[in-house]
Design a protein around this ligand. Structure first.
Ligand code: M7G
Length: 317
């Protein structure tokens, strides 16, 4: 556990010195609108605009998220707080506003810049609808749609080619066909294990999603499951029995990747209409190589997603 944290801190210190994370200055963002917020998750998704020298604004998505407590900081927090303001008191019960030093009150900030319309849509709160996609629907509706889209997966190639996040890699099996890179998901700040979130990205290119998988991919999938779990127990001390290892269908990025989250963490996107346990996927492919080409898959789409429109046009809703 000590190692990834120290690596992370060094990186953060460097960014702090530069005064900007990757050349991005938050103070240059003007708020256009709130895309979504969640009191439960203590997260807010913002559509911002960064003004260029020429005066025209470029869209950015900024996600602000209050982070979980870190047990090792609690004693310091109780001693070093800056202000404790009484809110109400009744008999043995009282509530307070507690103000603590900024280092103990981090806000995890994720920036997508420049952001495309699709990024804005991804984070915008909308009504959702369930779609039941048959194998034929995939071929006739979803696949042509995916092929017509240009949602860049450059960030994936940057990881695989060590052009980005190379110092964050937890484990790698370099085999071009059956290998993968295991890396912290950018949803995780790596400061506590309660919300552990990693992704395994396969080296092999061209496997878009669950729909493309056949028995031919079993060695790759088994490597991800087994070696990924071993790497997590070795690095973080969390056993395979306490991990949720799954694929999303539909994913946002069409290059095969597998999510590893702490079982006790109610991770975004682990609901039954999106998550497919990797162990179940392996079992299904062992029973029938064409399982994922044949079966009907259910997933939710947001109201203004173009794919929903395609399904509507085909009379599905
Ligand atoms: P997905 O199922 O395609 O889509 O998962 P989702 O984002 O709707 O869940 C892609 C996963 O990759 C997500 O868990 C993202 O948080 C994560 N992710 C996305 N980007 C752009 C990056 C990145 O640049 N670095 C890392 N480490 N993770 C990312």
């Amino acid at each position: 556990m000590a190692e990834p944290l120290s690596v992370k801190r060094k990186h953060e210190e460097k960014e702090e010195k530069n005064g900007a994370a990757g050349g991005f200055l938050l103070s240059e963002v003007s708020l256009r609108r709130v895309l979504r917020e969640s009191a439960r998750d203590k997260t807010i998704f913002l559509h911002g605009q960064v003004n260029s020298a020429s005066g025209d604004g470029t869209d950015a998505v900024v996600i602000l998220e209050k982070t979980p407590f870190q047990e090792e900081n609690i004693s310091e927090l109780l001693k070093e707080y800056t202000k404790l303001q009484l809110q109400m008191s009744n008999d043995i019960y009282s509530t307070y506003h507690l103000y603590v030093p900024p280092e103990l009150n981090e806000i995890k900030t994720t920036v997508v810049y420049p952001a495309t319309e699709k990024h804005l849509q991804k984070y915008l709160r909308q009504e959702v609808y369930l779609i039941r996609e048959t194998g034929e629907d995939y071929k006739n509706i979803t696949l042509p749609f995916i092929q017509s889209q240009s949602f860049s997966i450059q960030w994936v190639y940057n990881i695989l080619e060590k052009k980005a996040e190379a110092d964050r890699i937890i484990y790698e099996n370099p085999d071009p066909a059956n290998g993968f890179v295991l890396i912290p998901d950018f949803k995780w700040n790596q400061k506590q294990l309660d919300d552990l979130y990693l992704i395994a990205i396969c080296h092999c290119r061209g496997i878009k999603s669950l729909r493309d998988l056949t028995a031919e991919h079993l060695p790759l999938l088994k490597n991800i499951l087994q070696e990924g779990k071993e790497a997590v127990v070795k690095r973080f001390g969390i056993s395979g029995a306490q991990l949720r290892v799954y694929l999303h269908y539909q994913p946002s990025y069409y290059h095969l990747h597998v999510h590893f989250t702490a079982l006790s963490y109610d991770a975004p996107g682990c609901s039954v209409e999106r998550a497919h346990l990797l162990s179940d996927v392996i079992d299904h492919l062992e029973l029938d190589s064409q399982y994922y080409q044949k079966r009907t898959l259910t997933f939710a789409l947001r109201a203004d997603e173009p794919l929903l429109k395609r399904f509507q046009e085909a009379g599905h809703l």
